[in-house]
Design a protein around this ligand. Structure first.
Ligand SMILES: Cc1ncc(COP(=O)(O)O)c(C=O)c1O
Length: 425
């Protein structure tokens, strides 16, 4: 793959910051005379140790020297222990074909990020110049749509249903580009495809393995990258997880965004990005001149937690989280059946946190949700918030089953039913 042909002008111009801590220098820090770094003196940081109690009553400790490290600057790509841990996790869960490639051929590389939003923003900046074509399904995660739109790229809508993007429709769109132009930069074939493969936010859609394979084939044929934004990977409710795009990536064209936000804590702001080394290196260069690094403190806390749990303990934890959301999903679907049966339609999401409800007989839910629902004491998100043209009428509503109790879901949908009936009168 010619990775440089995918880079935006600004990313092409980026250089590594020679003043940032490197992996090699960090390893030598305790054994050499350090006159190079601009590190503040850790002896004057006010916090000494920490002990964090887990819900099972056990604790994780951050001792004095670990605390000095946790409060200090660290490498842009993440602290070594956490990097190795997530690398092992990716190998176990996705076994990417690129794991053994040479770096320049797109070897799998992992970098820690300040959550997926940070990763996505950096990936979009890395790849997008004004006028570039981007393949994306609608509705989609507002955080990505709003990050992409101001870049002046052309968002090409790929039709989708509850099983995600429809490969035949994607093929139809792509067939307008002539095959002999595909590897030339100035023909503006789409540079990348962005999708949320599991528990789409807001639609709850989930791509099947068959569709992923079809889409991957098209990506190889038309030479575009795939950005797989998968924060709900661990909230898949079926027994077996659908294979990821990363697991199929023989060409080295997949960039995968993972996050601990949905399973451990969004407040810690830690995620990880996996993709071909030449592209991940560009993201690291961006981090060096923007956020500098993800929080060292959050990373060290996670390292201590994972040291205690091991991979097995982590997977047991996420299985418990998944079981909780599955129960919540079932409770919300039951409440919808009871209160909204003839007033709305939806499909049962098999991943994520959201029910995407189409209201019958109401062409636009904005007013009803933004004003009347709040006055009655219930909040939803009007569907237009997830559309590329957010001012266009939209008959959908997003309800989240992450937080509410069974009673709140029931009462919330009772109020929604009242509003719909008043609206269609
Ligand atoms: C599809 C999608 N991508 C990315 C994010 C951002 O997650 P993070 O908290 O890791 O930044 C979210 C958060 O809701 C999301 O739904």
């Amino acid at each position: 793959m010619n990775y440089s042909s995918f880079l935006s002008t600004i990313s092409t111009a980026r250089k590594a910051n020679p003043l940032r801590l490197t992996r090699e220098l960090e390893k030598k820090m305790s054994s050499i005379i350090m006159l190079s770094g601009g590190l503040p003196n850790a002896d004057y940081f006010p916090m000494k140790t920490a002990s964090v109690t887990l819900f099972d009553g056990t604790t994780i400790e951050i001792g004095e020297s670990m605390m000095k490290r946790a409060l200090q600057y660290s490498k842009a790509e993440g602290v070594d222990e956490l990097l190795s841990w997530v690398e092992d996790l990716q190998l176990k869960l996705h076994n990417p074909p690129t794991a053994k490639y040479a770096p320049e051929k797109g070897q799998m590389k992992v970098v820690i990020t300040s959550g997926s939003q940070d990763a996505l923003s950096k990936v979009f900046h890395m790849l997008t110049d004004p006028g570039d074509n981007v393949l994306i399904d609608e509705p989609n995660y507002t955080g990505s749509v709003l990050a992409l739109q101001p870049m002046g790229c052309n968002l090409i809508k790929v039709p989708s249903d509850q099983h995600g993007m429809i490969p035949e429709a994607l093929n139809e769109i792509l067939s307008q580009w002539k095959m002999d132009n595909v590897h030339k930069l100035n023909t503006r074939t789409p540079k990348f495809l962005y999708t949320v493969p599991n528990g789409g936010n807001p639609s709850g859609s989930a791509l099947t393995a068959e569709r992923k394979k079809e889409i991957y084939k098209l990506a190889s044929k038309y030479n575009f990258l795939i950005i797989e934004d998968d924060p709900y990977y661990f909230l898949q409710f079926e027994k077996t997880k659908v294979p990821s795009f990363l697991s199929m990536d023989v060409d080295g064209r997949v960039i995968r965004c993972d996050t601990f936000s949905k399973t451990i804590s969004p407040g810690m702001r830690i995620g990880f990005l996996t993709g071909p080394a030449p592209l991940i290196d560009k993201v690291i260069q961006h981090t060096q001149v923007s956020t500098g690094q993800p929080s060292t403190f959050s990373q060290i806390l996670l390292v201590q937690l994972f040291n205690k749990w091991g991979q097995k303990g982590f997977l047991e934890h996420v299985a418990r989280v998944e079981a909780f959301y599955k129960k919540q999903r079932d409770t919300m679907v039951a409440a919808a059946e009871k209160r909204l049966k003839d007033l709305a339609e939806w499909y049962v999401p098999n991943a994520g946190m959201f029910l995407w409800i189409k209201i019958k007989g109401v062409s636009d839910t904005y007013q009803m949700i933004k004003e009347k629902a709040l006055e009655r004491g219930v909040s939803f998100v009007p569907g237009c918030a997830f559309m590329f043209e957010s001012t266009q009428p939209c008959p959908y509503v997003r309800a989240s089953f992450s937080y509410a109790s069974a009673d709140q879901m029931d009462q919330g949908f009772r109020l929604l039913a009242e509003l719909i009936k008043e609206e269609v009168k």
